[in-house]
Design a binder for this molecule. Structure first.
Ligand code: ADP
Ligand code: GN1
Ligand code: MG
Length: 358
């Protein structure tokens, strides 16, 4: 990456810009941008143009972040500190294209992201942040958005993609993972549960975040409050069930998403309860009974879907998710399947927890 080739399009006050890798995202290349003579900080990202049409994506991000900034100001908040904010180029553009890719710059939000939930209170607050975010997006006009990744959480489509990967076996790795493949195949009946309810209009299509994992929320390290919901690349039409389920998938794991020791990977039902209470309190009557009825199952579905995506990518030869070691995607798939098995056992209890929240 040639930093000066990027920086020349912007008007920063600081001198001697430099950048260093930052965060734990699987999709974009994220760096923190600093200067030798000022405390100003930014997030510089090389946007993944293999999976996104960058111009369309940045159109979405610009209108969604503008909308959120306005709402935050209306509610008495400080948009510069609490909202994802795109720094525009000297020509007013939201990204730059250089010889080696597409780059965007965000204002740095002073908060930290967690890879594992540290306590139930934090997770309750994270749930409130996502519940409030869902309410905010309810007022957003979906027709203005491109679908940044079509059929993102259409699990039937994800299953077809998985079968195509298996058929092709581009990496020759399928023979190593028959047990994991069987795990996916045995549960193919899960795939159409939410898509068929959406198609029958029994649950509504809404504008949703679609990538609601814990590290896409920034917390204030001192107060423990949530400052901002970030990573808005996948804001597009979806279902509340996807957002709820994806938060549970990541946050109710007692360990990390890629732990190789599965004895540490367990589903924590107390965290499920904390998240459900926070989410449903914040969303209030912005959720229907039919959606509520699917929240516990959606937690299984999103975890199954994500595990299937990790396993499919392992079989493809690690083409989609960023990996930093051999078998990284396989390790990730295994944690997801461990959690699916735990949740299958606990489903009646999870459903009761949801039903008991009035
Ligand atoms: P990816 O799509 O690859 O997950 P993200 O946009 O989620 O990329 O960014 C990766 C990580 O970088 C986040 O989990 C968070 O820790 C950090 N991050 C992203 N944007 C900001 C920001 N504006 N201010 C502070 N930290 C950020
Ligand atoms: C990716 O971008 P990031 O790291 O927040 C992925 C999600 C997966 C998640 C698994 C655009 O999220 O769908 O659930 O990894 N995002 C995209 O950790 O594919
Ligand atoms: Mg992210």
């Amino acid at each position: 990456m040639n930093l000066s080739e990027i920086i020349k399009h912007y008007s920063f006050n600081g001198k001697n810009p430099s950048c260093a890798p930052y965060g734990e995202g699987h999709i974009n290349e994220t760096m923190v941008l600093t200067f030798s003579d000022s405390s100003e900080k930014y997030i510089l990202q090389r946007v993944n143009d293999k999976i996104f049409n960058v111009a369309e994506l940045m159109h979405n991000i610009t209108i969604v972040t503008d909308f959120i900034r306005n709402k935050t100001a209306e509610r008495g908040g400080n948009p510069d500190e609490e909202c994802l904010t795109v720094v525009k180029t000297n020509d007013g553009k939201s990204f730059v294209q250089t010889s080696d890719g597409y780059y965007r710059i965000y204002r740095f939000i002073n908060g930290i992201s967690y890879q594992v939930v540290e306590n139930a209170d934090d997770f309750y607050r994270c749930a409130q942040a996502f519940g409030t975010f869902a309410n905010l997006l309810a007022e957003f006009d979906a027709t203005k958005l491109y679908e940044s990744i079509p059929k993102f959480h259409d699990t039937e489509k994800r299953f077809r993609d998985f079968m195509a990967s298996l058929e092709k076996d581009a990496s020759g790795r399928a023979k190593n993972v028959q047990q994991e493949i069987d795990f996916v195949l045995k549960r193919s009946g899960y795939c159409d549960r939410i898509t068929s309810l959406l198609a029958a209009k029994k649950i509504p299509v809404r504008v949703t975040h679609n990538d609601t994992k814990l590290n896409n929320v920034l917390f204030d390290e001192k107060t423990g409050n949530c400052i901002a919901v970030i990573d808005l690349d996948t804001v597009m039409p979806g279902s509340l069930c996807y957002d709820f389920g994806d938060s549970i998938r990541f946050g109710c794991n007692t360990s990390t998403e890629d732990d190789t020791d599965l004895s540490r990977v367990n589903f924590d039902i107390n965290l499920f309860k904390a998240f459900a209470e926070g989410y449903l309190t914040a969303i209030g009557d912005g959720i229907t009974q039919a959606e509520k009825n699917q929240l516990a199952f959606s937690s299984i579905l999103m975890t199954y879907e994500c595990g299937m995506r990790f396993l499919g990518d392992y079989i493809d030869g690690d083409k989609y998710f960023r990996v930093s070691r051999e078998n990284h995607n396989l390790d990730r798939a295994r944690t997801q399947f461990k959690l699916v098995s735990d949740m299958e056992r606990l489903l009646p209890e999870m459903e009761k927890i949801i039903a008991d929240i009035k």
